[in-house]
Design a protein around this ligand. Structure first.
Ligand code: ADP
Ligand code: MG
Length: 414
């Protein structure tokens, strides 16, 4: 992709915007861009520099993203809405063409990396709650104040706030080479525990050496107030001007999108609920696969119904693509036998949730997973839900454990 119309090749130390930004290292990439940590010599701060591929189609997409980001940033002067900020934008000419560049505030790891770091075992409910609050604040802002649908909400597009100095970050440098593409590197439980061992021994050495690494490590792993921001507005659209029929990443796709029934803000709410489930359990809520005689879409609808109950007939047969999946009675054409399992039982049996944790969490999630989009609560309504303000029993237990740990640490020092 590093050819005419494609990515711009960057070397560490390259400068941009007449010397204002100096590239430090690569942070990530997408289909459209590479994203670099850069030093802003004007503000003396680190920023994320997103450099778009140069071909006309990508430039168009970047212009759209800049337009969305400008309205997001301008509408939130107090920086309290949990969405990424656009600091600057400019054009950069290179051997592969002219690239639109976006300068964004520098953020930390994505929630996907957090899930992987927890070895797909899920994050404590109390932290899930804090993350949910942030994402709901962002969605409420986008939906109610700006009229924007994100259309690609998922753990990868929610980034933690970075609390550490990106230039010398021991945790990140220990994790980055392995966590970048765990699928590709065939990462399994064993190699991951090697990473953890490495981190632990670093922390031990650091505490012996009196360096500041151990507290940093503890903070990044156990930070109590997890704050995060929603990123990647490349696919976002104004609700009155939707431009694609098919939106969202497969696993987070709402039923109305699959059925071709039209979509709006509630489609983001569906993705939000799928994301919350994944944070709490470590598993994707729906991971459909095509099979002999049925499509990925049909499997997806079957998985939804197994967990959430049968789809009302009116909704099932009401979409432009309903005939591809449902017969006229509202039953799936090719997947005839469904294994129903209520969500709260599923959380207790498979994920070992305490009964009341499961009940409370499902009380929050289920209304957002209504098959009828207009019946789903809005982000504003979700923010009022009591679940966001209770402490789970699981959390109570974790507190007891961490008190014990603190006690032991004191003992050692003494
Ligand atoms: P694309 O539109 O090409 O998918 P994204 O905006 O999703 O690009 O960015 C690609 C990756 O770059 C993200 O997954 C993330 O790892 C990293 N990234 C993006 N924005 C930031 C940021 N503001 N701070 C830190 N890393 C970022
Ligand atoms: Mg992306």
């Amino acid at each position: 992709s590093y050819r005419k119309g494609g990515y711009h090749a960057v070397r560490i130390g390259d400068s941009f915007a007449a010397g204002r930004y100096i590239a430090q290292r690569k942070l990530g990439w997408g289909h459209f861009s590479t994203v670099w940590l850069a030093y802003d010599t004007q503000s003396s701060k680190y920023v994320a520099l997103k450099i778009q591929k140069s071909a006309e189609h990508f430039a168009q997409a970047a212009l759209h993203e800049i337009e969305v980001l400008l309205s997001i940033t301008n509408g939130d002067p107090s920086n309290s809405k949990c969405v990424v900020r656009l600091i600057d934008h400019f054009k950069h000419s290179g051997p592969n063409g002219q690239h639109l560049c976006m300068v964004l505030e520098f953020l930390g790891d994505s929630l996907l990396r957090l899930i992987r770091f927890r070895r797909y075992k899920g994050i404590e409910l109390n932290k899930v709650r804090e993350i949910c609050k942030c994402v709901l604040i962002a969605l409420d802002y986008l939906h109610r104040e700006l009229g924007i649908i994100h259309t690609d909400l998922k753990p990868e597009n929610i980034l933690l706030l970075s609390t550490i100095n990106p230039a010398k970050d021991p945790i990140r440098s220990a994790l980055t080479p392995i966590l970048k593409r765990p699928e590709a590197s065939g990462l399994n439980g064993r190699s991951m525990s090697m990473v953890e061992k490495r981190l632990k021994s670093r922390a031990r050495r650091a505490s012996i050496g009196g360096e500041a690494e151990a507290p940093k490590l503890a903070k990044s792993m156990d930070g109590i107030n997890l704050r995060c921001k929603v990123v990647d507005f490349g696919n976002a659209c104004w609700a009155d001007k939707p431009f694609a029929d098919e939106i969202q990443t497969r696993q987070y796709r709402a039923p109305e999108v699959i059925l071709g029934s039209g979509y709006s803000f509630p489609a983001d709410m569906w993705s939000f609920a799928c994301t919350a489930f994944e944070l709490a359990t470590g598993d994707m809520m729906f991971a459909p696969k095509g099979g002999k005689g049925f499509s990925e879409d049909e499997d997806h609808l079957a998985l939804m119904m197994e967990l959430l109950g049968k789809m009302p007939k009116k909704i099932a047969i009401g979409g432009a693509r309903s005939k591809d999946y449902f017969d006229r009675h509202g039953d799936l054409k090719r997947i005839r036998r469904l294994k129903f399992r209520p969500l709260d039982r599923f959380l207790v049996d498979k994920y070992k949730f305490f009964e009341n944790d499961a009940r409370e969490f499902v009380g929050f999630l289920c209304p957002i997973l209504d098959f009828a989009p207009e019946k789903r609560p809005t982000a504003q309504q979700c923010l009022q839900h009591p679940w966001l303000n209770v402490k789970s029993s699981h959390q109570k237990e974790m507190n007891v454990q961490s008190n014990v740990k603190v006690g032991m640490a004191n003992l050692k020092i003494n």
